[in-house]
Design a protein around this ligand. Sequence first.
Ligand code: ADE
Ligand code: ZN
Length: 332
Amino acid sequence: MKKENNINHYIDLHAHLDGCITVGIAKKLAALQKITLPSAADEELLSILSVPDTCEDLNDFLKCFDLPLSLLQTEESLEEAVYLVLSEMERDGVIYAELRFAPQLHTQKGMPQETAIQAALRGLKKSPIPGNLILCCMRGDSNQKENLETLELAKKYLVKDGGVVAIDLAGAEALFPTENYEDLFAKAGEYQVPFTIHAGEAGDADDVKTAIHMGATRIGHGVRIAGNEEVMQLVKDTGVFLEMCPTSNRQTKAVEEMSAYPLKTFLEKGLKVTLNTDDPAIERTTLSREFQYMESLLNLTEEQKKQLLLHSVEAAFTSKDRKQKLKEQLLF
Ligand code: ADE
Ligand code: ZN
């Protein structure tokens, strides 16, 4: 009998909670809060909740978050959303996920950042799969105080597994350069709060260089280092992990031409690449589909897919014990 070695277990290290609100989840969250959605028709809701074909860049893409965020402004809805999102991931074959969200984006109705974190933690406790939370700081020019508060809370709630494990920097990279956040991440370093930074997505390879020099051990995307030998070498030498998200990169035009998508080249050069979703509901994808996409686009082999998942285990912001368990689950 042919040995069945098709991969059907996945690890998502880069998924934004507000980018995971599918039509089904949106309807549940709206019902829970007695909010009327802009349409009762699934097709129309899908078109409001997902990225339009006319998306020009990351700035355009980020406009899709208004509706999902409006549904995530209470403790109950945040708790439920974390639980529902991780349950949908489980159905897709995900065995471990790091879900990220920016507490400061959930204060529209006055909920304090800390209350938002506590609510998300309750959702995580109910999750059918193991997971952790990454707290996002946001790029911007008037939210320094909010970012510092997020960092302080990350320090307060930091654990090795089953809770808050790291921080991130998300938002409009092209508008607010990475070096503006040097002080914030120097403090994260002092506090020993691990971090990843979105870089080399709407910005260029130099943003990745800056993020690495600032101490990031993982980079969100990093796709734009392709062709830059110096920064590719830096990523390789430092062993920094790249959290790649192909459908997102196509839609935000982080890359010009998908046929030249550099994931396989990076792998073959020995870079520590992982494969993730970013905002699956907004992109109309799932992690299992991202694996199929890369397989058909780049002829990724089973061995290379396995390699991506082993990198994810290594990159995960979690305990040795959790990593060991995940590795055992992945021994196909
Ligand atoms: N927030 C949600 N998705 C994002 C992305 N791809 N880049 C930066 N910030 C984000
Ligand atoms: Zn992202």
